[in-house]
Design a protein around this ligand. Structure first.
Ligand code: NAD
Length: 290
């Protein structure tokens, strides 16, 4: 397939490299000067997409995605697929898909989970919104860049699945960290706490697979001085997208709201910026109830 790849950052570069290594012809564009093995760079986003069967975008925000879509949609050939893998607000995802469909394109929103490690290893999970025909075309690309792709329904539903998942993750990580800090103060050994909770009804991915306590459970960013992993900054971005969606949909999300406020304080006023999102545990260790 002829593939265009716009946005070759921490995630986009390894994803594009994997597509090229699998034998696809990949043309790339990024506003920063980047070089990616196997990818031919174009002078503009419009130039990159002109011959493409599938144009992939992997960009920082909904505003940037909307601007890039305005540029690439008119340049793409009818019947081609715009596959957006960025994490953006549901409203931007739906607006961009509408513009693409009106121009005779297929449009998919397909945010990912799995982080930079998953992008490099080709083991991402894609949560996909959009039409069935586009999903079928993109499936072989999902299989190269990832290990699983779930079709979640019409446009915007991929983003909806992503922010709902990450709202659960953010709140679960916080409560796991506060429970460890409480257990410390009650004199409960951390290994005993892990052994009980990880096999009981308090178990979760945050406890069992990504334990925020160093030296406990499988290796995680806690064992690497809380270097990300998944940064607190990106968790805050996703929680804010969840809060924006909840506002627009008039959904009551008290724990999501509390999680967004706590990560905002952690990143913007405390020492959370640039640290893994599980560094909430040392934050709670230092604190009392006041
Ligand atoms: P990044 O900042 O490393 O990469 C974004 C790239 O887009 C940069 O290279 C930037 O120069 C480029 N860019 C910005 N504006 C552009 C434009 N107008 N035209 C072309 N290129 C432009 O970010 P990232 O970590 O690769 O994340 C990309 C997306 O993936 C984000 O939406 C993020 O939320 C999501 N995501 C990231 C992770 C992660 O662990 N990093 C995990 C899951 C999802």
């Amino acid at each position: 397939m002829k593939i265009a790849f716009i946005g070759l950052g921490n995630m986009g570069a390894p994803m594009a490299r994997n597509l090229a290594a699998a034998g696809h012809a990949v043309t790339g564009f990024d506003t920063a000067a980047v070089a990616v093995e196997g990818v031919t760079m174009a002078g503009s986003a419009a130039d990159a997409v002109r011959a493409a069967d599938v144009a992939i975008t992997m960009l920082p925000s909904g505003a940037i995605l909307r601007a890039v879509a305005d540029e690439i949609v008119p340049a793409m050939r009818r019947g081609a697929v715009h596959l957006d893998c960025s994490t953006v607000d549901v409203a931007s995802a739906r607006a961009v898909a509408e513009t693409a469909q009106a121009a005779g394109l297929s449009a998919l929103d397909a945010p990912v989970s799995g982080g930079v490690g998953g992008a490099e290893a080709g083991t991402l999970t894609f949560m996909v919104g959009g039409d069935e025909a586009g999903f079928k075309t993109a499936l072989e690309l999902f299989e190269i860049m990832g290990k699983k792709a779930v079709h979640c329904g019409p446009s915007g539903n991929g983003q909806a699945a992503k922010i709902c998942n990450n709202m659960i993750l953010g709140a679960t990580m916080i409560v796991t960290c506060e429970a460890f800090a409480l257990a410390d103060k009650l004199g409960l050994d951390r290994q005993a706490m892990f052994d009980v909770v990880s096999t009981s009804s308090g178990s979760s991915w945050s406890m069992n697979s990504y334990c925020p306590a160093p030296g406990i459970g499988p290796t995680s960013p806690a064992d690497n001085d809380y270097r990300p992993g998944f940064s607190a900054d990106l968790m805050l971005k996703d929680l804010r997208l969840a809060m924006q969606a909840a506002e627009e949909a008039d959904a009551d999300t008290p724990l999501g709201t509390a999680a967004a406020a706590l990560y905002a304080r952690f990143v913007e006023e405390e020492d959370g910026a640039g640290r893994d999102f599980s560094a909430m545990l040392p934050r709670f260790e230092r604190r009392g109830r006041g």
